[in-house]
Design a protein around this ligand. Structure first.
Ligand code: AMP
Length: 422
């Protein structure tokens, strides 16, 4: 009998976990310097909470009846939980700046860099609907990816209202549901060819000519965008304010009208982050303004803007960067059987001084113990040999250099602390 994992699930192995932790630590540090408070919303919600803004979400998530017959669901993002939490806490001072990190479950079709269980970091600002805070979120993203050490990434910014206006004014598409279909089709532009998208949407009241016109319009990139929008007579006041704010903050970005994002709850500025050297990974992070969500939870007074990044994708992007992540320096205590009690005592004392150390259960030959130290890439082996130990000394072997030193037992902690405490 084989014990495989369900489709789309995977284990995060120790070699990856190190990078995983590095991403989490970087996220925590950037949250700290931007004054975000960290929390974690519940992993399990009532299905109706997750369906609040999008009833068809049940097709894309894990939901089930609990033992009392209630419909519950695993969270598919952190945004809904954070919005629910803030909406209920009327006493919080606006803006509320929150960050979270954790696992998500989605019943997505598994493929490269797309899993059914994955992790996200997430920050959200609940504000008075002020573009200033969209800039703050994008500034966070810029600093986070810079600090991670990703060499070439780009933050691509779009504005759903402009696309909406283009569809309405220029293409005369009056029906809102229809316009949403056009936006969903455009959202696929970076992943699929026009023909593939057209095949998918042709039955959904979309005409080919309008779709082509929309795709052509959405090709505008970079500094030209604002001038082009003027020529088209389209309102881009907030986008120009955002551009000014980002310039003042020294943030590098790229305007890209094809960024609309799939989720229905966005209503303004939207953006995605890509690794320019690994576009095949898809977006590493995505976000934007979603004022309609707090409204669904009864807070029409609140606006909201935020971003979520996919840890597994960022991990894949970082693997190619050869970033050196400092790892814990380890010590193995090597001993002869008659000194096991002393070896264990020494081990406990070193651990009290925050030095990572261990010894093997029975004293095998020195050679075997040293070979273990080698295999786990220990920095040092501390050797308790009968004769030297009688003189209150131990042999400290630098495993990398192969050099040995005799050190008084009472000086050992100090020696190891200065050489390998993390
Ligand atoms: P979203 O919540 O859909 O806006 O996604 C935010 C980020 O999470 C994306 O930019 C991806 O990096 C990541 N992400 C979303 N879905 C998945 C998935 N199924 N597997 C891995 N990462 C994902």
């Amino acid at each position: 009998m084989e014990y495989n994992l369900p489709r789309g699930l995977r284990d995060i192995e120790p070699s990856e976990y190190k990078i995983f932790e590095y991403i989490r630590e970087t996220f925590k540090e950037v949250s700290r310097i931007f004054n975000f408070s960290l929390m974690e919303p519940s992993t399990l919600e009532f299905l109706k909470t997750l369906e609040a803004k999008n009833e068809s979400i049940r097709e894309e998530i894990y939901w089930f009846k609990d033992k009392s017959g209630r419909d519950v669901a695993l969270r598919f993002d952190l945004t809904v939980g954070l919005a629910r939490y803030v909406a209920q806490k009327k006493e919080l001072t606006i803006p509320v700046k929150l960050g979270a990190f954790g696992g998500m479950w989605r019943y997505d079709e598994p493929q490269f860099a797309r899993y059914r269980w994955f992790h996200q970091w997430d920050i959200e600002i609940f504000d008075n609907k002020n573009i200033f805070y969209d800039a703050e979120v994008i500034d966070f993203v810029y600093n986070f990816f810079k600090r991670l050490g990703l060499r070439k990434f780009s933050i691509e910014i779009g504005d759903r209202r402009i696309i909406n206006e283009f569809l309405l004014k220029n293409l005369k598409i009056e029906d809102e549901a229809k316009r949403m279909n056009f936006m969903r089709a455009l959202d696929k532009a970076s992943k699929k060819s026009f023909d593939e998208i057209w095949m998918e949407y042709r039955g959904k009241e979309i005409d080919k000519e309008s779709l082509e016109a929309l795709f052509k319009f959405a090709e505008f990139r970079g500094n030209r965008v604002l001038d082009t929008l003027k020529e088209y007579n389209l309102e881009a006041k907030e986008l120009s304010t955002l551009v000014d704010l980002l310039k003042s903050r020294g943030v590098e970005y790229n305007l890209n009208m094809s960024i609309v994002r799939g989720l229905d709850y966005y209503n303004g500025i939207v953006f995605e982050v890509f690794d320019d050297e690994a576009r095949e990974l898809g977006a590493l992070a995505g976000g934007g303004r979603y004022d309609p969500l707090p409204k669904v939870f009864g807070r029409e007074d609140l606006g909201a803007t935020g971003v979520a990044g996919g840890i597994e994708r960022i991990l894949l992007a970082l693997k190619k960067e050869e970033i050196s992540i400092p790892s814990t320096k380890k010590v193995v205590i090597v001993y002869t059987l008659d000194l096991q009690r002393e070896a264990l005592q020494l081990c406990s004392n070193l651990r009290k001084s925050s030095i990572a150390c261990e010894c093997l259960p029975e004293a095998k030959s020195f050679k075997k113990q040293l070979s273990y130290a080698n295999k786990i890439k220990a920095e040092y082996a501390v050797i308790l040999a009968t004769k030297e130990f009688r003189d209150k000394k131990v042999i400290v072997r630098d495993m990398l250099k192969g050099e040995e030193k005799l050190i008084f037992l009472e000086d050992l902690t100090k020696y190891l602390t200065s050489n390998c405490a993390s």
